[in-house]
Design a protein around this ligand. Structure first.
Ligand code: 4NP
Length: 157
């Protein structure tokens, strides 16, 4: 089993979007028994809450369900559970590296680092930009690339 955890600040915008997009790809490729997908926050600001209304609107437009999503703050157990911790911006990286057990730091990746020509590029927070559709479009391009990478590096097929 390979476990993938998407993380952002609040777990109500970027990481839940990434979770449902990635989960759909995993299901479409018949990999649900091999790859588990969750998302979490670095903060406890939105603990227990559904995604932001803007996130819900965008997911609904793309026929993706949001009803089972509830924000949760990352725990030590989550760091240990995950094989890949994929995060959205530099502050997320700083926070996660501070919170992570030492042997989990190498699991943390910036989402757009999957593209060699976008290394170091953050995914801006739609909480502030209000660009939920743009966020979706960026994630919808990055998720297939991450799945291909994970299949190549972690799955034995
Ligand atoms: P996210 O957006 O990190 O993409 O989920 C945010 C959600 C909540 C807050 C900030 C960003 N907040 O300050 O509560």
């Amino acid at each position: 089993m390979t476990n993938v955890l998407f993380v952002c600040l609040g777990n109500v915008c970027r990481s839940p979007m990434a979770e449902v997009i990635f989960k759909k790809l995993v299901a479409e490729q018949g990999l649900t028994n091999q790859i588990k997908v969750r998302s979490a926050a670095t903060s406890d600001e939105e603990q227990g809450n559904h995604p932001q209304p803007g996130t819900i609107k965008t997911l609904t437009k793309h026929h993706l369900a949001w009803q089972n999503l509830h924000a949760t703050q990352i725990t030590t157990a989550d760091f240990e559970w995950a094989d890949y911790i994929i995060t959205m911006d530099h502050q997320n990286m700083i926070d996660l590296k501070r919170m992570a057990p030492a042997d989990c730091i190498d699991k943390i990746h910036l989402c757009l680092d999957i593209f060699p020509d976008q290394k170091g590029t953050p995914i801006p927070d739609p909480w502030y930009t209000h660009k939920f559709d743009y966020t979706y479009d960026v994630l919808a391009k990055a998720m297939p690339a991450w799945l291909a990478y994970i299949k190549q590096h972690s799955l034995t097929q």
